[in-house]
Design a protein around this ligand. Structure first.
Ligand SMILES: Cc1cc2nc3c(=O)[nH]c(=O)nc-3n(C[C@H](O)[C@H](O)[C@H](O)COP(=O)(O)O)c2cc1C
Length: 321
């Protein structure tokens, strides 16, 4: 098995999965600005088991994204087995991740995502099923506690399985996506887990990402919302690790990147790519002084020409390079 996790230089800077956001276009952009590894959005193992085709679009990728990890969610070990075989042979990513952290009710109430942490025997079966059906390294993404089921006991209960990496969202199920990060639990996970540990949660900028690494002692960091409109965060953090955080990108670089992103997104997804680009443009605008006033135009784009006109307007000098 080629375990790419062990060949990555530490600290590992990962683009964490974001449903509806970390698609191939955005992953390519983040990879281009220094992400060491990128995750797909969560993809349903059950959907793969019944009809793989629509879910394929979620996990398709380009070689430039490698190392690339496909994240699966679900609750049925058999569905995971089918999905894992399919992803391994047809998609050929570098790793497969299992979601143990999603708190969304449509996922949770089916016993998937974070709910799996409350059922250690089933969680074991799921992990075993994935490991047995792939030669790729298998990783998991967890929370610190789900309805009284804590991460450290969870890691102990699956400690004998060949899990290569864990990304720990340092919050409980009850916290959902806000509130303080429990750095200590991630730090303590080291005694229970020998593979790569990525700390996640609250890395909104290079400084807080740096703090997350320092306070948890993790091998790397998973950055999710901090990368929205700011794929530069990976490079900024890298330079911070070497002594000084780099400057924010110039207005022209932000807008040029937004345009590249839009071209990719539209190329890959057509009309859907345009709609999805609206929110990305709003996030990019947060990077530039006075960008807010262009939001109204960003949410109305209907074509690549609209994006180009929008960029021209926001750039202020008419040049799109
Ligand atoms: C809109 C949204 C979508 C998310 N989708 C996923 C997902 O598909 N898989 C997953 O494991 N976590 C998902 N997460 C959780 C993030 O990966 C991450 O754990 C969380 O946002 C905390 O990290 P951050 O503070 O860097 O954003 C999602 C979070 C948000 C806000």
């Amino acid at each position: 098995m080629d375990n790419f996790w062990t060949s990555l230089k530490k600290p590992v800077l990962a683009l964490a999965p974001l449903s509806g956001i970390t698609d191939s276009a955005f992953r390519r952009i983040c990879k281009g600005f220094g992400a060491d590894v990128v995750y797909s959005e969560l993809a349903s193992s059950t959907a793969f088991a019944y009809q793989a085709q629509p879910t394929l679009n979620i996990v398709r990728f380009n070689d430039s994204e490698r190392p690339y990890v496909v994240q699966l969610f679900g609750h049925d070990p058999e569905h995971f087995a089918i999905a894992t075989r399919f992803v391994t042979s047809q998609i050929r990513p570098d790793g497969i991740d299992i979601n143990f952290g999603c708190p969304m009710s449509k996922v949770f109430k089916r016993g998937a995502g974070a709910a799996l942490m409350t059922n250690p025997p089933l969680a074991r079966e799921v992990i075993q099923s994935v490991i047995e059906n792939t030669h790729l390294p298998v990783s998991i993404k967890t929370r610190t506690n789900v309805q009284g089921f804590d991460l450290l006991s969870f890691l102990e209960s699956v400690g004998d399985l060949d899990i290569k990496a864990v990304m720990i969202h340092g919050r409980t199920y009850a916290q959902r996506f806000s509130g303080p990060n429990d750095f200590e639990t991630t730090r303590e996970a080291r005694a229970r887990f020998a593979g790569t540990i990525l700390a996640n949660g609250g890395a909104q900028n290079p400084q807080t990402a740096f703090e997350l690494l320092e306070k948890t002692g993790a091998d790397g960091v998973g950055i999710a919302r901090g990368a929205l409109g700011n794929p530069w965060i990976f490079g900024q953090l890298k330079s911070g690790l070497h002594g000084g955080f780099s400057e924010r990108p110039e207005r022209s670089e932000v807008l040029r990147t937004a345009l590249d992103h839009a071209r990719l997104s539209i190329d890959l997804k057509g009309r859907r790519g345009i709609i999805e680009m609206r929110k990305h443009l709003c996030w990019y605008l947060q990077q530039i002084p006075g960008g807010k006033k262009f939001k109204q135009a960003a949410v109305k784009i209907e074509s690549l020409q609209d994006v180009e006109a929008f960029i021209d307007q926001a750039w202020g000098n008419g040049a799109t390079g």
